[in-house]
Design a protein around this ligand. Structure first.
Ligand code: GLU
Length: 400
């Protein structure tokens, strides 16, 4: 009898994790690699957060907590939603897990029956369709090309909704494109959603604070309060607070879904680490000035990367409003041949040849559902980014 369950056949391993691991392995093998694969800030976790964690360990925060976290953390998250988003979630309407992915996992496990559809605007973050597929959900991809700035339009949303639609995934600022939905964009989508009361909305707001050029972040339940009762508003500590390894993600939502997600988690991971929870309380309740400082650095890097890629033969790179990714098109390079005779037929061929020739790791667009593109994370040092972009320029110029 086969060991692997049928349900796993529809699931691919995470491409972002795979590229990051490949870069690590090649580096260990002695190659000079610049990894622009993983979306992970290169800044350290701020000192006051680390201090709070050290103190938590000294104070004995080493035991189990409630499934949805310490009451102090639920309070801090509830206050965050009020402060940043004008949203009211009681502490009991907060779910806390080990990062964004487990929040999605818990929500889908709690709600998806086989055949239920999940609308996923494309390009999407790699894990949405595969987590849906784990529960025999059916991803419904909606193409959102460069011409609409990678955004879902109300018309396309309306056309994608069927009687089987369970969830709409909304991610702003977006991974991988960095595009961000304005209040007006969200109002357009809300108007459609109000006409389809069976659809739940999952808003992945993890890049909320990483925005540029005065962009005003809004989330759906804030823009249309009538959608609050069927929206799960997700966020987390990893990106803005530089806490990727601490593994804390959270969501606010109506009682029914939070109760169901809590049931799932009570039979799986129980809760995220107590020490990470105390650190998150310090982060959410503490000073936030460092985020602005980081954003200045990210913005300069964005401008550098966009400009260098747009000076590169065959690449076309839109300027994103947020997150720390760019998603250039490599369409003009498809069909070209590398110096060692390999034909670039897909964006996966492109990133494979790029890492082989120049040691730059990037993620192919097919992993995010929109080709031919590739994703670069610019959450790495400016010097390395310059070096990487020069290598990309050299590689692209070498194609015939
Ligand atoms: N969200 C990040 C990325 O897209 C981290 C890796 C992952 O969990 O996919 O690179």
């Amino acid at each position: 009898m086969a060991f692997v369950a049928d349900r796993l056949n529809a699931v691919k391993p995470s491409a972002t994790i795979a590229v990051t691991q490949k870069a690590r392995d090649l580096r260990l093998a002695g190659r000079d690699i610049i990894s622009l694969g993983a979306g992970e800030p290169d800044f350290d976790t701020p000192a006051h957060i680390i201090e709070a964690a050290k103190k938590a360990l000294d104070d004995g925060f080493t035991r189990y907590t409630a499934t949805n976290g310490l009451p102090e953390l639920q309070q801090a998250i509830s206050a965050k939603f009020k402060r940043d988003n004008g949203l009211n979630y009681k502490p009991s309407q907060i779910h806390v897990s080990c990062g964004g992915k487990p929040v999605i996992f818990n929500a889908f496990m709690a709600s998806i029956n086989p055949g239920d559809e999940v609308i996923i605007p494309t390009p999407y973050w790699v894990s949405y369709p595969d987590i849906a597929a784990m529960f025999n959900g059916v991803p419904v991809f909606v193409d959102c090309p460069t011409s609409t700035n990678f955004k879902l339009t109300p018309e396309k949303l309306d056309a994608a909704i069927t009687s089987k639609t369970k969830w709409l995934m909304l991610n702003s600022p977006s991974n991988p494109s960095g595009t961000a939905y304005t209040e007006t964009d969200l109002m357009g989508l809300a108007e459609v959603l109000m006409r389809h009361p069976h659809v739940w909305i999952f808003t992945d707001d993890i890049y909320e604070h990483i925005i540029y050029d005065g962009f005003k972040f809004k989330t759906l339940a804030q823009v249309e309060p009538a959608l609050w009762e069927r929206t799960l508003t997700m966020n987390g500590m990893s990106k803005a607070y530089c806490m990727t390894g601490w593994r804390v993600g959270f969501a606010g939502g109506p009682d029914e879904i939070i109760r169901a997600m809590t049931k799932v988690q009570s039979q799986s991971i129980s809760h995220t680490a107590a020490v990470s929870q105390v650190a998150s309380v310090a982060a959410l309740n503490g000073p936030h000035d460092f985020i602005k400082e980081h954003n200045k650095v990210f913005r300069d890097r964005r401008d550098l990367v966009v400009s260098m890629l747009n000076q590169t033969q065959g690449l076309n790179c839109p300027t994103p409003e947020g997150a720390f990714y760019v998603y250039p098109s490599c369409k003009e390079l498809i069909g070209k041949t590398t110096e060692d005779g390999k034909c670039i037929q897909t964006d996966e061929d492109f990133v494979t040849a790029l890492i082989e020739a120049e040691g730059v790791a990037a993620v192919h667009g097919a992993a995010f559902g929109l080709s031919p593109h590739f994703r670069i994370s610019y959450a790495t040092s400016t010097d390395l980014l310059k070096d990487a972009c020069e290598r990309i320029q050299r590689f692209c110029a070498s194609l015939r």
